[in-house]
Design a protein around this ligand. Structure first.
Ligand SMILES: C[S@@+](CC[C@H](N)C(=O)[O-])C[C@H]1O[C@@H](n2cnc3c(N)ncnc32)[C@H](O)[C@@H]1O
Length: 262
């Protein structure tokens, strides 16, 4: 998978475009669900870096009720379930959820839900929420984080990975305005298929501010290394991934004292 183009747009211009342009024209996971799942199942970045990092941050999940927000085809949900968690998966894409269903079976709790909308769960329903590589699809994290906090019990954790906000400074020329929240568009290429995507980048402080404004306490900001087992499998990519920022990981917690304080 590669980013073919990368176009920085201002928030105002993108907001207009979002209103005027059919949202389905970008980020159409239904249209490339199989290709995305196949590409990321055993890739260096996903299988030897992102997922191991999320699992390490989650630690012992045995007996925990976990919401996988933006679960995609369910690789993280499967790994968490293997470790003894009771996992619910939500995703906006029915195509991705169909793959998750195939992986996790008919009994799995999988639901179509858009993270920009209210979530179909009661207050305090989960011990943890995991959100792998999904928050950067959202311009405004506020409503989403408020909902994720609501469905977590006091003391519950949100563990999230996003595009590292410094990545643009690693490879983009000209560099974007670091302090602005901007969308950027590019084409993902999968085996001859070209897929238009749009993500949102924010500065680090905007991310931590969004967590604390939603009532979370930031417990960890992590920049993990890839799994050493990948060194021989992906020698070139391993060096790149070991020396350049790629994703940023957060563990944020609902303060235990927040019980009944809403
Ligand atoms: C990069 S994929 C990651 C999938 C999965 N977390 C993984 O690590 O394999 C992003 C996923 O987020 C989902 N997604 C994007 N925007 C969403 C939204 N607003 N609400 C719910 N899911 C969303 C996509 O459908 C896709 O399955």
């Amino acid at each position: 998978m590669e980013h073919a183009t990368d176009t920085t747009e201002s928030v105002a211009r993108s907001a207009d475009q979002d209103q005027n342009q059919d949202q389905d024209q970008v980020n159409d996971y239904d249209g490339f669900a199989e290709a995305y799942a196949a590409e990321t199942e055993n890739s260096l970045v996903n299988a030897y870096y992102e997922r191991p990092a999320m699992l390490a941050l989650a630690g012992d999940v045995s007996g925990r009720r976990i919401l996988d927000a933006g679960c995609g085809s369910g690789p993280l949900a499967a790994a968490l379930r293997d470790r003894g968690a009771a996992v619910t998966g939500i995703d906006a894409s029915t195509g991705m959820l169909a793959l998750a269903r195939r992986r996790l079976g008919d009994d799995a709790d999988l639901r179509v839900a858009d993270l920009r909308d209210p979530l179909p769960f009661t207050d305090g329903a989960f011990d943890d929420v995991v959100a792998s590589l999904v928050l950067h699809y959202l311009e405004d994290w506020g409503p989403t984080l408020a909902e994720l906090r609501r469905v977590l019990r006091p003391g519950g954790r949100l563990i999230a990975s996003v595009d590292h906000p410094f990545v643009a400074y690693t490879f983009q020329d000209p560099r974007p305005d670091y302090f602005a929240t901007t969308s950027y568009a590019f084409e993902w290429r999968f085996h001859g298929q070209s897929v238009p995507m749009r993500f949102w980048r924010k500065p680090l402080h905007a991310m931590t501010d969004a967590f604390t404004t939603a009532g979370f306490r930031v417990c960890a900001i992590s920049e993990p290394q890839p799994d050493p087992a990948a060194r021989e499998l992906f020698p070139d990519g391993f060096h790149d991934l070991s020396t350049k920022p790629c994703f940023l990981f957060f563990v944020v917690e609902v303060p235990p004292s927040a019980a009944g304080s809403d």
